[in-house]
Design a protein around this ligand. Structure first.
Ligand SMILES: Cc1cc2nc3c(=O)[nH]c(=O)nc-3n(C[C@H](O)[C@H](O)[C@H](O)COP(=O)(O)OP(=O)(O)OC[C@H]3O[C@@H](n4cnc5c(N)ncnc54)[C@H](O)[C@@H]3O)c2cc1C
Length: 339
């Protein structure tokens, strides 16, 4: 029996009662409908890079989305419109867009997982989010039992959220349409660390391929890429917590060197990594077989023999330290399954 540990980047999780690999859209919808009509619990899985599955596994049907294919039109004026199946590898898709001389996804290079999962938490990195370039999302609505096409404004994109995340499990994403700019010049570089690596000022534009290379270099150094079959992989789900967004009053009470990013509504986004480090959560800290990454404090890792329970406990310890030190709650970015 396949353990879900084999299908997730944290490499933890017990067996699924039933496991289906859906390689076609009709097959995917049929598997979902069958589970729903039998009132069987259902888990949709892409690359398993943002889930923490219980050691007991999943008491129902797990459908792994492996649908493939894309169609695209590239026009001299309006740029590229690309409709991409949910099961396509996210990073292979990003590389494909750069080969086609289309820009705007280069900062999101190296993020593991599938195209279909990208809108769920509105993936983001280096100051850019995927919601900025999504034109449409086609999804099967399990409540209405019909396919609905969401326009970008209907997707409700926000920081690490969307309608698809807010109503967990209601929508099965079938494909995503991206609108990309023609050209080989990147979006402005918004992160100082990346600008330094590129040898440019913050705000500069650079060739998209060069930006991708530098992003991959920085991500690899932090263990933030996950390459199939590579022994260099660190077993994590990327950043385990989101950056908290708090009131201006709460942010003002923090030490002056705490990074602060004022939001359009006046609230302030803080750095979860800074809060952890200054609350006494150390890189390399362990609980059982779980370990805070040596390279990136926000990544909780499975050191090899870790269980889901170990990771949950290490997360709880980190949350308790930040709460005791700063009175701030850290919220997991990772989805807990059957925990
Ligand atoms: C090393 C590493 C680095 C990372 N870096 C980043 C980063 O920089 N930025 C960032 O935003 N994220 C990052 N992540 C998190 C993760 O890669 C993204 O959230 C990614 O989009 C998850 O894709 P997945 O296919 O693996 O989804 P899964 O983990 O399989 O699923 C995640 C959620 O989406 C749901 N889901 C998946 N596919 C579908 C579908 N077709 N329809 C409906 N629901 C679906 C699942 O049910 C689950 O709730 C990182 C993870 C790792 C391991």
């Amino acid at each position: 029996m396949t353990r879900l540990a084999d299908l997730t980047t944290l490499h933890v999780g017990g067996p699924a009662q039933k496991l289906i690999y859906a390689t076609g859209e009709a097959e995917l919808i049929a598997a979902v409908q069958e589970a729903d009509s039998n009132q069987t619990p259902l888990l949709i899985l892409g690359g398993g890079s943002n889930v923490l599955v219980s050691d007991q596994g999943f008491p129902g049907t797990v459908v792994v989305v492996q649908t493939q294919g894309n169609s695209y039109e590239i026009d001299a004026c309006s740029g590229g419109m690309l409709q991409v199946a949910a099961g396509v590898s996210w990073d292979e898709f990003v590389a494909f867009t750069l080969e086609k001389k289309l820009a705007n996804l280069e900062s999101l290079s190296g993020i593991p997982g599938t195209v279909g999962a990208a809108p769920i938490q509105n993936i983001g990195a280096y100051g850019h989010e995927v919601g900025e370039v999504i034109a449409r999302v086609r999804a099967y609505d399990r409540t209405k039992k019909e396919i609905h096409t969401f326009t970008a404004s209907e997707c409700g994109f926000g920081y690490r959220t969307s309608v698809f995340k807010a109503e967990t499990d209601r929508y099965v994403i079938l494909d995503v349409t991206f609108q990309l700019r023609r050209g080989e010049s990147s979006l402005p570089v918004l992160y100082a660390e990346l600008a330094k690596e590129l040898g440019v000022e913050v705000g500069a534009r650079v060739p998209t391929r060069e930006l991708r290379e530098k992003v991959l270099k920085i991500r690899r150094a932090k263990g933030m890429v996950y390459e199939a079959g590579s022994s260099e992989n660190i077993w994590s789900a990327g950043s385990f917590f989101t950056n908290p967004i708090v009131s201006a009053a709460l942010a003002d009470a923090l030490p002056p060197d705490a990074p602060r990013f004022v939001q359009p509504d006046g609230q302030v986004k803080l750095s979860a990594a800074w809060l952890m480090q200054h609350a006494g959560v150390a890189k390399g800290e362990v609980f059982g077989g779980a370990r805070i990454s040596d390279r990136h404090v926000l990544a909780l890792t499975n050191a090899g023999s870790g269980t889901a329970s170990d990771i949950v406990e290490l997360a709880r310890i980190a949350q308790a330290k930040v709460k005791a030190h700063f009175g701030i709650d850290l919220t997991p970015e990772v989805r807990f399954v059957n925990i």
